[in-house]
Design a protein around this ligand. Structure first.
Ligand SMILES: N[C@@H](CCC(=O)N[C@@H](CS)C(=O)NCC(=O)O)C(=O)O
Length: 230
């Protein structure tokens, strides 16, 4: 049994999809960061960086509970645990890790910041908005070119690299991106959207009532509480 502590954002959803794709049993615990759930002592004990997702595998390595945070690390751990979506040959595995790192270090932060300046930022910073949009558009061009010659991100097989990237394209307009500019990404996105495990994964925690995006929520997410020393 895996205890999942998460929310319906791209970093959360990649783990939700992986759990469903692998057929792993899980109990879901919502962390609504508009309510400040990410700052409870119980959650910080699992995820000291106050970010979702975190998991506790009740049947961890060597037996007993094992806690892990950082979505990329969780995907690799679950892939190791199940042997799924993780090529066994050295070349295939390195390609998968390469694109996973590309997502974790590049696409995630750039899309997140582009979303921030298009959607959440209280003050409009045209330079910041343009900078993160250009960086995101650049990453889309790189991915679109990769998918022009490959069915999946790391080649012919569906891997954790696809699972890590896919949820970031669920709402491209929120980040200022025009999806039709990237036809190969659109083809890949539509193909993966049809997978039953993906359909189930994106339903996880969807029905939980969420707190409104008001001043209190903004303070938790981007104000003093977010950056307090703990
Ligand atoms: N590198 C981390 C990023 C996690 C992350 O940024 N999570 C966001 C939601 S997508 C979060 O928990 N935000 C709540 C907060 O910052 O307080 C990962 O991939 O797990």
């Amino acid at each position: 049994m895996i205890d999942l502590h998460s929310w319906t954002t791209p970093n959360g959803r990649k783990v939700h999809i992986m759990l469903e794709e692998c057929g792993l049993e899980h109990r879901d615990h919502p962390i609504d960061f508009r309510k400040g759930d990410q700052f409870t002592p119980e959650f910080l004990a699992l995820s000291p960086n106050n970010k979702i997702p975190a998991i506790v595998d009740q049947d961890g390595p060597g037996g007993g509970p094992y806690t892990l945070f950082e979505s990329g690390a969780i995907l690799m751990y679950l892939a190791d645990k199940t042997g799924m979506f993780w090529p066994t040959d050295a070349r295939g595995r390195a390609e998968t890790v390469q694109w996973l790192m590309w997502q974790m270090g590049g696409l995630g932060p750039m899309f997140g910041n582009s979303g921030h300046f298009h959607y959440y930022a209280k003050e409009k910073h045209p330079d910041s908005k343009a900078h993160f949009l250009s960086a995101s558009q650049h990453l889309c061009k790189v991915l679109d070119a990769q998918l022009a010659g490959n069915e999946f991100v790391a080649g012919k097989d569906y891997t954790i690299a696809d699972i890590a990237i896919w949820p970031w394209y669920m709402d491209p307009a929120k980040r200022g991106l025009v999806f039709s500019d990237y036809p190969n990404i659109q083809r890949w996105f539509a193909q993966i959207a049809e997978r039953p495990g993906v359909k189930r994964g994106i339903q996880i925690l969807e029905d939980i009532p969420r707190a409104p995006m008001d001043d209190k929520a903004w303070e938790f997410m981007f104000g003093k509480t977010q950056y307090a020393r703990r």
